[in-house]
Design a protein around this ligand. Structure first.
Ligand code: SIN
Length: 529
């Protein structure tokens, strides 16, 4: 049994813990989790376990859309080439092949489940985002993710084999003899153990760990942390994509200004009112995100600290229609896209690293699967091509369901209960520190010496606050500390700059030594292979 679990078992004795049994447990209420649940055989009894109620997920918040080669001038090979180029030599080509070939079928899957997208007389209305050589982003105004999320969520109650259970915090994976037998979670604060023949982690990424992030603050990699404790291999944790254009509201919320704005012609201006991106990259404002983010940081440093998005020339009619969500949000703070320059800054947006899987979502732990942002399928390499992530959730979610349907494991039950349950007791006070640490030490520009010093310091004096009595917060704090360390260790191991990972002490790409994936596994040193 896995002894390094993080849960305070709420003081529970084994007999006092609720125990449930399902065929499959799917953890996560974003597009990947819902796609798996809806694609599994209706004879299977499924628990869909969701942290809040799904509206905090990165799927729900996604604005841009879903990239797929569905346009008349497009094909999967062009989509594949763009994805590989942006991924800077670290994509797994076979995974990208799957993603791009199965892209059009993923769009059909969503449409056949009722998802509406913007269309023209000629077919789907396709927009462009950074790094794409064609217009291929299928969207619904600027709330594509919410549209997908709400549409799929509406179908769940019709499926009598699916129990969607909200307000669940994943604590740990149940492991016996190296195999997964279910998981443990806190439901409304109480511990529950669910036995299952297969567990699918679709728990999302970890960009919400950063203080400045476009993600919800609950998107902190709980599934990845639990998989790591269960012995699964974790890969490429240093790669975190920073979105160049986020706006900070008067209330302090970091709000995304979708890249589609630049796709539709918006510019970036420095504090002197000059367009600067063409000086950094031939694709200008539509250069890959890592380059735009670093250019913005550079311009902020050399100017008065402010960079602006200028969409004034696009006109009110188009802006308010096409970018409804962004337009309304900015208007709340008295900013109008057709009238004002909008101050923008990069923020952590998407985490590329996660639980290593093959192209069927199988992790290195038998009967444990992962898909969506929590998985490291290798489709994104060192930098994700815009709008490939909702696509990844659908494509690999369907594949996980297929492999479970085709080969539903006939296996016995795990009779053991988790043995030792520990608490490291980081308080919520501790949690805030980690966000600042990641912004400062693992942001868009990193320095090995500083990371090394920080890790040394963290090991000498763990950043723990006082223990409080909220079990979810305790478990959350434990995960946050663990994830922070995993990111920093991976960032320190990669002595080069590639894609989203930029080290000022190693500013060049080094293919000879680092065209490899970063691998982390409990009890082993970080390695590259
Ligand atoms: C955006 O709308 O700019 C975000 C799209 C994405 O991250 O793929």
């Amino acid at each position: 049994m896995n002894s390094d679990t993080c849960a305070t078992w709420a003081g529970a004795k084994p007999g006092s813990v609720d125990q449930w049994a399902y065929d499959v447990v799917v953890v996560g209420g974003g597009v990947a989790g819902m796609t798996v649940a809806l694609s599994l055989d209706s004879k299977l009894k499924i628990a869909l376990i969701v942290k809040n109620n799904g509206t905090q997920s990165s799927t729900y918040k996604a604005q841009g859309g879903i990239a797929a080669a569905v346009g008349p001038d497009d094909n999967p090979s062009l989509h594949l080439a763009d994805t590989l180029r942006v991924g800077q030599g670290l994509c797994r080509p076979e995974a990208v092949e799957v993603l791009t070939q199965e892209g059009p079928a993923a769009i059909e899957f969503l449409q056949s489940h009722g998802t509406e997208f913007n269309s023209l007389e000629s077919g789907l209305d396709l927009t462009r985002e950074a790094g794409h050589s064609r217009n291929r982003v299928v969207h619904y105004y600027d709330y594509s993710g919410r549209q997908v999320s709400e549409t799929l969520a509406r179908l769940l109650p019709e499926r009598t084999n699916i129990d969607k259970i909200d307000d669940c915090f994943l604590v740990d994976i149940l492991i016996s003899n190296g195999e997964c037998y279910g998981c443990v979670f806190l439901h409304a604060g109480k511990p529950v153990m669910v036995r299952a023949k297969a567990v699918v982690l679709a728990t999302g990424g970890y960009a919400g760990l950063f203080a400045r992030s476009s993600n919800s603050s609950t998107t902190v990699g709980d599934g990845i942390a639990a998989a790591y404790r269960a012995g699964a291999v974790i890969a490429d944790m240093e790669f975190v994509q920073f979105h160049p254009t986020t706006f900070t509201t008067l209330a302090g919320e970091v709000f995304l200004l979708t890249e589609a704005l630049r796709g539709e012609g918006a510019f970036l201006l420095n504090s002197a009112g000059e367009r600067f991106m063409t000086g950094y990259h031939p694709d200008g404002e539509l250069a890959p995100r890592d380059e735009v983010s670093r250019a913005i940081i550079q311009e902020m440093k050399s100017g008065n600290g402010t960079v602006y998005l200028d969409a004034r020339h696009i006109g009110k009619e188009s802006l308010s229609q096409r970018f409804r969500q962004v337009y309304a949000k900015l208007a709340e703070d008295n900013y109008y896209l057709e009238r004002d320059l909008i101050p923008v800054a990069p923020a952590a947006h998407y985490s590329i690293g996660g639980i290593l899987t093959d192209i069927w979502g199988k992790t290195t732990v038998p009967y444990l699967y992962a898909c969506g942002e929590s998985a490291a399928t290798g489709v994104h390499g060192a930098n994700r091509l815009a709008s490939n992530s909702l696509l990844e959730g659908v494509v690999f979610g369907r594949r996980v369901a297929k492999v479970i349907n085709d080969d539903f494991p006939a296996r016995g039950d795990c009779l053991e209960l988790p043995a030792a349950i520990c608490s490291k007791g980081n308080s919520s006070k501790g949690i805030a520190i980690f966000g600042e640490i990641l912004d400062d030490f693992a942001g868009a520009i990193r320095n090995g010496e500083e990371i090394s010093w920080l890790l040394y310091y963290m090991k000498q004096a763990p950043l723990a606050g006082e223990i409080n009595n909220d079990k979810v917060q305790e478990c959350q704090a434990y995960n946050i500390a663990q994830m922070t360390e995993l990111i920093l260790e991976a960032a320190l191991a990669r002595n080069e700059s590639r894609g989203t990972h930029f080290r000022i002490d190693f500013p060049e790409k080094n293919d000879a030594d680092f065209k490899k994936h970063t691998i982390q596994q409990k009890g082993k040193k970080v390695s590259l292979r």
